[in-house]
Ligand binder design. Structure first.
Ligand SMILES: [Zn+2]
Length: 55
């Protein structure tokens, strides 16, 4: 089993709760923290929410 640790795609910090989102082209799923989530979803037509991930 891989270690269940993810780092925020934007600030690269390890959080216990991450948000799975798409926010840019090409669309791909990335994990971001709550603060970065608020940043990327702001006025972003590409933003898609894919669920919350907890370890
Ligand atoms: Zn972050």
């Amino acid at each position: 089993m891989k270690q269940r640790i993810k780092h925020c795609n934007l600030c690269n910090v390890d959080f216990s709760t991450m948000y799975r989102v798409q926010y840019k082209n090409p669309k791909e799923w990335v994990f971001v923290c709550k603060e970065c989530l608020l940043e990327v979803k702001k006025d972003n037509p590409l933003y898609t929410y894919g669920g919350t991930w907890k370890r």
